[in-house]
Design a protein around this ligand. Structure first.
Ligand code: NAD
Ligand code: IPM
Ligand code: MG
Length: 369
């Protein structure tokens, strides 16, 4: 079986974090004979600089044909004034939409050694293990019309449209219920049915999907604003949270801070399994952005990117033991008190991006021996 990986490091700290994953891939090929075949392309601002588009057609085709895409981050102030259609973020949105990556899995795990790094009291986050399942190809991100119109009276109107069809809600709810069965068997669905028609439909379809095929899973509904509050009040009450594209974006950044830093949160963006082969298209992306404030300094935390690669091993290549070993390597390095600046604490040793990557690779290779 081929194992093709298409790497899109992107902008800002994206290439810095991806460099650490590249080392792990090289190690797995050289020492474990895994046989990953890698190729690389441009996405985001760097693609705009090279081709005038946030991703070229050639790189889109490569992403489409790869077994898995590894994505770094895009964006930055350099491209603040480029036309909206070709802004860096458009490259990521096109990848998600064209590859039909409707299910974005964002696990928020608080590693024991980092309970003190969260902005919340340690007892609230110790042992935290929640999974946000974010709908990724619908909602207000892609709904039409999406425009700014001139009203002709000195006023303009900005329009975004929140749209969800039954099948979109059904398939993301099914993913959440299936994943809950492998965890604590609980799903909390978040929408705003008190204000939004799409929220009313979301609530109905999740309820019906549950009744039809997943009644063994415990289901709860919560208004998304209250859900945000509960996430910081008592986050451990949740197991799996399923929500729409925009609420999922915001709630996952909130969840990131429960784990200590945005630099800790990985994600997997998955499509539906192919009817014939069972294979699903997939892109693995840290939740954080290009972090322009620290880009180029060699101090970014590469853990979100490395943990995204662990998700790739698990979901795209069924290399579950290797994924667990890589996650254990991350936990061990944190236990040793090795920290990048964003999760630095008293008594720990502060390191840069590549030193953190090297420490994780060493643990990974020790655990593999
Ligand atoms: N997936 C993506 O490519 C993605 C995601 C979010 C934002 N963005 C883009 O990134 C740019 C910057 O956005 P932003 O500043 O709102 O969000 P950001 O995630 O880039 O940064 C927010 C804060 O978190 C810190 N941070 C983020 N990742 C870190 C890491 N790995 N290690 C240490 N610190 C880290 C940053 O230094 C910054 O202070 C924007 O252009 C935005 O559109 C891209
Ligand atoms: C960069 C941006 C398009 C993206 C999103 O809004 O989905 C990011 O914030 C994320 O969380 O993945
Ligand atoms: Mg976001």
């Amino acid at each position: 079986m081929t194992k093709s990986l298409f790497l899109l490091p992107g902008d800002g700290i994206g290439p810095e974090a991806m460099g650490e994953v590249r080392k792990i891939i090289a190690y797995m090929n050289a020492e474990q004979g895994v046989g990953f075949e890698t190729d690389e392309g441009l996405v985001g601002g760097c693609a705009y600089d090279a081709h005038g588009a946030a991703i070229s057609e050639g790189d889109m085709a490569k992403a489409m044909n790869a077994d898995a895409v590894l994505f770094g981050a895009v964006g930055g102030p350099k491209w603040d004034d480029v036309p909206y259609e070709v802004r860096p973020e458009a490259g990521l949105l096109r990848l998600r939409k064209d590859l039909e990556l409707f299910a974005n899995l964002r696990p928020a795990i608080c590693y024991p050694a980092l309970a003190n790094a969260s902005s919340l009291k340690p007892e609230l986050v110790e042992g935290l293990d929640i999974l946000i399942v974010r709908e990724l190809t619908g909602g207000v991100y892609f709904g039409e019309p999406k425009e700014i119109i001139d009203l002709g009276n000195g006023q303009k109107r900005g329009i975004d449209t929140q749209v969800y069809d039954t099948y979109e809600i059904e398939r993301i709810a099914s993913v959440a219920f299936e994943l809950a069965r492998t965890r604590k068997n609980r799903v909390c669905s978040m929408e705003k049915r008190n204000v939004m028609k799409s929220g009313v439909l979301w609530n109905q379809v999740v309820t019906e999907t549950h009744k039809r095929a997943f009644s063994d899973v415990q289901l709860e509904h919560m208004l998304a604003d209250a859900g945000g509050m509960q996430l910081v009040r008592a986050p451990k009450q949740f197991d799996v949270i399923v929500t729409d594209n925009l609420f999922g974006d915001m709630l996952s950044d909130v969840a990131a801070m429960l784990t200590g830093s945005l630099g800790m949160l990985p994600s997997a963006s998955l499509g539906a399994p192919d009817a014939k082969t069972g294979k699903r298209k997939a892109l693995y992306e840290p939740v954080h952005g290009s972090a322009p404030d620290i880009a180029g300094k060699g101090i970014a935390n590469p853990i979100a990117m490395i943990a995204s690669f662990a998700m790739c091993l698990r979901y795209s290549f069924n290399m579950v033991a290797e994924a667990e070993r890589l996650e254990k390597a991350i936990a061990n390095v944190l236990d040793q008190g090795i920290r990048t600046g964003d999760i630095m604490a008293e008594g720990c040793r502060q390191v840069g991006t590549s030193e953190m990557g090297n420490a994780i690779l060493k643990e990974f290779s020790d655990l593999s021996a």
